[in-house]
Design a binder for this molecule. Structure first.
Ligand code: KE4
Length: 431
């Protein structure tokens, strides 16, 4: 029998014991079809699947691997940490070091609490906002994802007077009845929502550069209105920077936009690939948290000594002079190359990037909201995805996901990616 595809074999085994064969849905390739690649190892800009096929990796673990896989300084820090113990359930100096490093880079934060996932950080920030304001209502935006806490798994209600409906089974409507879901970049809707509910809104949570509807920027005007209306009505502005934090720049989306949020949610890069996330803000708000204040929040592995070693070593590397200039240049060369390749083959295409994060669209416009992103021709995206995968280029297996370039991606990797895309654009020419 010819070499059986090891990914197929593993996927069959996985589906027997893990729901859908994966531990996070997007990994199952459901949106694009085909068999997910089971990764055996990774190094630099690459990872290898169960058939030992190499891919240029533009997932980077969905953002954390900004240095590339297996950066020597990070590996050394983790190796040293594990020899001192995996977890103590007691405070450590390294948690202070990481907190100090984060606060030095995120001036809007005076204090920070470390947790183990972006979901946990966003959920905790939401509870803190409600506790600190004594209000129930929250605003989020269609196309923004803030993890899978019940109150955030919501789709828009029938209008501004009606609150959100659950997007997942198992979430009672009572839990989402205080969540208002608005259209991203829609200032009129935002103003109307505050006019109707302003004094009952605990917080507005937003991805100020949205990476969960591919790559959509908040317009400067929209971002400023979010800030001003929150200030005017005593609501807290919460920037979910789990994806953009230390990814789009050293100071995140808040640095790019020049907007100071009240709370910031972080994850991904700050853990360097280990389970670590955080939320933070002004001392007066953060000191509402247990054990000081009435807002409870806790976690067995919060501030885990191995994860903090990985995160600290990562932050030390990205804080070095010139890191983001080099990363941005590399990402921009990929974006410009893809746009040129598509144009040369007459394919509708547009793309955008900030720092080491990028997105592209199989249309000539840059979408401003989720509804526009979702007009993308699924079949065309899936053909591009699989064409690239066959050529050893691994992009996100869903058209609503962003892409990530690391410091380890070489100019040759970028050129090979552009050439692979050009071949697919050419092949998809109408005959
Ligand atoms: P986690 O719980 O997955 O660590 O973080 C949730 C989260 C919160 N906020 C933002 C802006 C996020 O992008 C995420 C998680 N991002 C997805 C990728 N779109 C993680 C990939 C996955 O779900 O497997």
């Amino acid at each position: 029998m010819p070499n059986a595809d090891q990914n197929d074999i593993l996927f069959e085994r996985a589906r027997a014991v893990i729901p859908g064969g994966v531990n996070s849905p997007v990994r199952a390739f459901k949106a694009v079809g085909g068999t997910p690649r089971f990764i055996r190892r990774a190094e630099g800009a690459y990872f290898w699947d169960a058939n030992d096929k190499r891919y240029i990796d533009y997932i980077g673990s969905w953002g954390p691997m900004i240095l590339g896989h297996g950066h020597p300084a990070v590996v050394e820090a983790v190796q040293k940490a594990v020899l001192e113990g995996f977890s103590y359930g007691a405070p450590t100096e390294r948690e202070i070091e990481l907190a100090e490093a984060i606060l030095a880079l995120v001036p809007s934060m005076e204090m920070v609490r470390l947790v183990s996932s972006g979901t946990e950080a966003a959920m905790s920030a939401l509870r803190l906002a409600r506790g600190a304001t004594g209000r129930k209502h929250i605003i989020k935006f269609e196309g923004c994802y803030h993890g899978h806490a019940d109150a955030l798994l919501v789709k828009a209600g029938s209008g501004l007077a009606t609150f959100g409906h659950p997007t997942s089974a198992g979430v009672p409507p009572e839990v989402t009845q205080h969540t208002l879901v608005l259209e991203y970049n829609n200032i009129a809707q935002l103003e109307e929502a505050f006019a109707l509910h302003g004094n009952d809104i605990a917080c507005l949570m937003i991805e100020a550069i949205a990476g969960n509807m591919n790559f959509v920027r908040a317009t400067p005007e929209f971002a400023k209105r979010c800030r001003d209306l929150c200030t005017q009505h005593g609501a807290l502005l919460v920037f979910d920077e789990v994806m953009t934090g230390f990814r789009v720049g050293l100071h995140g989306a808040q640095g790019v936009l020049g907007i100071t949020p009240d709370l910031t949610v972080l994850g991904k890069v700050i853990g360097g690939g280990m389970p670590l996330a955080a939320f933070g803000g002004p001392r007066a708000i953060m000191e509402q948290l247990a054990p000081l204040g009435p807002v409870y929040q806790a976690g067995t592995l919060s501030g885990n000594p191995v994860a903090t070693a990985c995160g600290l070593a990562t932050l030390k590397e990205i804080a070095k002079p010139g890191f983001y200039e080099a990363l941005s240049k590399k990402t921009q060369s990929l974006v410009e190359g893809l746009k040129a390749a598509a144009a040369a083959e007459g394919q509708p295409f547009n793309a955008d990037s900030e720092g080491g994060m990028l997105g592209f669209f199989l249309m000539n416009e840059l979408p401003q909201n989720y509804a526009t992103v979702m007009t993308t021709d699924n079949a065309k995206f899936n053909a591009l995805f699989h064409g690239l995968l066959d050529r050893g280029v691994y992009i996100a297996p869903a058209l609503y996901e962003a892409g990530f370039v690391s410091a380890a991606h070489s100019d040759e990797d970028i050129a090979a990616t552009i050439e692979a895309a050009r071949q697919i654009f050419k092949a998809s020419q109408p005959r």
